[in-house]
Design a protein around this ligand. Structure first.
Ligand SMILES: [Zn+2]
Length: 490
């Protein structure tokens, strides 16, 4: 890891995904210099999200929240502390989370009789309340989401991707039938994929996790997986079919229409600030970050070019304010940079921060009633009349959003390989990485051996896993019906 001093001065290191150390230095430096986030050294694993980063998160949050509401969910807030006895009620759940839980053992100057976990996830607390609130089939389904912070202990910090405390949302739903719960699980996986692709310009593969990668306490776990520029996968959102495991552990039963008492079927699903990191890693370049217009805190930065005469200076100022008014009228998040710095310095700074579009307003262009538009992704420049600029800006923002997605999708296509023998599999994982489609017989042993020897895990069993017909397991040659999607991962 680079030292903080190096990250905050001098040139931004180039974005070179083929060199792991350089790539991580680019990522960390771009985030710190653009003022998205900072380390909190006194507590390892934690970070602060600065106002620019938090605005970005708020835009993402709003886009996701709209989708949750549109699918019938309501928000609520549940407690931060989870009694140890709660976690212990679902055996696999407690076993899965034990290594990363932080405990409160003393409070108000006294040792607690029962220690309290700082929530690593909230299935148990929701379960406790659902058993009180759900009595009859008329109470179902219950569709609740909460926006909250979570603690899962980490020794290393990688901004957004790996932090001890992070922000997320967790949906927890209860249903009358297994079918309904399964449909909910898939619906929310679809919401995540739609959000990632259409808001963040991040193409994802969706599918089911293998048993070894399943959420602790789930019957089935599904995820969306994005591919980072260094060829490693990032799990970017998960949706779990919990069967009746938590219903059994917390006695969540109801009186059904047929007069029988039955256990409910539950789901949970979560997406965190981690996907924000994936988005930054995916879209930036040597100049810094590139933010997708739909979530960028500032979509257009207007940079006034200083003029020699006072008359010209006034004309620039007037053009900038009329332009800003026009942009805001067009529904664009725009601001002007009036700071006392050279234009070239400002250009670099706003490029580093990833603002998708820049408009330069200078005395010479204004003589022709024109301004200059520069898109961040291709750095292409064009002159447009002052009056047409807001409309053109809106078009260019749409086009930047599209171009970022297309570029990312082309990268995934180019870096998705197929291997039919283990030697090829190993060579690809060593030399190129990326997504690797290979037959897997379903045995844990094969999955474990591949992980040990290549550091690749099954990211998902994708929806098109059976498209190539039957084959032979890459590891032991046993008959296999599906190609799993393997990758090294963050
Ligand atoms: Zn096998």
């Amino acid at each position: 890891m680079a030292t903080p001093q190096l990250e905050l001065s001098g040139q931004l290191p180039p974005k070179d995904p083929s060199d792991g150390e350089a790539f991580s230095k680019w990522y960390i430096t771009a985030i710190r210099r653009s003022e998205l986030a900072d380390y909190f050294e006194p507590v390892g694993g934690t970070m602060v999200i600065r106002p620019y980063g938090f605005s970005l998160w708020e835009n993402m949050q709003a886009a996701l929240d709209r989708r949750f509401k549109a699918t019938g969910h309501k928000n609520a807030y549940f407690p931060l502390f989870v009694p140890e006895s709660f976690l212990a009620r679902e055996a696999k759940h407690v076993e899965g989370f034990a290594p990363e839980v932080a405990w409160v053992t003393n409070a108000g100057g006294e040792d607690l009789q029962e220690r309290l976990a700082i929530r690593p996830t909230s299935e148990t607390i929701f379960g406790h309340f659902y058993s009180k609130w759900i009595q009859s089939w008329r109470d179902l389904p219950v569709l609740i989401n909460q926006w909250a912070n979570i603690v899962r202990w980490e020794k290393r910090t990688v901004f957004f991707l790996r932090t001890t405390e992070f922000l997320w949302q967790e949906g927890h739903t209860a249903h009358r039938t297994a079918d309904e719960a399964q449909q909910e699980t898939m619906r929310m996986l679809g919401v995540y994929a739609d959000f990632a692709e259409n808001e963040l310009a991040l193409p994802v593969v969706r599918g089911e996790k293998s048993a070894a990668e399943r959420f602790a306490g789930a019957d089935a776990t599904y995820s969306i997986e994005a591919l980072m520029p260094d060829g490693k996968a990032l799990q970017s959102g998960t949706s779990h079919f919990l069967g009746q495991n938590f219903a059994r552990a917390f006695d969540i039963d109801f009186l059904d229409q047929d007069g029988q008492r039955k256990l409910v079927w539950t789901t949970s699903w979560g997406m965190s600030t981690r996907i924000l990191g994936g988005m930054l890693m995916c879209h930036g370049d040597n100049g810094g970050l590139i933010l997708p217009p739909r979530v960028a805190p500032t979509q257009v930065i207007v940079v006034p070019i200083p003029a020699r005469s006072e008359d010209d200076q006034t004309r620039v100022a007037e053009a900038v304010s009329s332009l800003l008014a026009g942009l805001i009228d067009a529904g664009i998040r725009a601001e002007a940079d009036w700071t006392d710095k050279r234009p070239g310095w400002k250009f670099n700074e706003w490029e580093l921060k990833g603002v998708p579009l820049r408009i330069e307003v200078g005395p010479r262009d204004l003589q022709q009633e024109q301004v200059v538009l520069v898109r961040r992704d291709e750095r292409a420049k064009e002159s447009v009349s002052l009056s047409a600029a807001p409309r053109r800006a809106a078009d260019l923002l749409t086009s930047v959003q599209q171009a970022l997605f297309e570029r990312a999708r082309a990268f995934v296509t180019a870096n998705t390989h197929t291997a039919d023998d283990y030697a090829t599999f190993k060579r690809i994982m060593q030399e190129q990485r990326g997504f690797l489609r290979a037959y897997w017989c379903g045995a844990d042993e094969c999955e474990g051996r591949i992980k040990e020897e290549t550091r690749a895990t099954i990211r998902v069993i994708p929806e098109d896993a059976e498209a190539d017909g039957p084959g032979r397991c890459i590891s032991d040659g046993q008959p296999a019906t599906k190609r799993a999607l393997f990758a090294q991962s963050y």
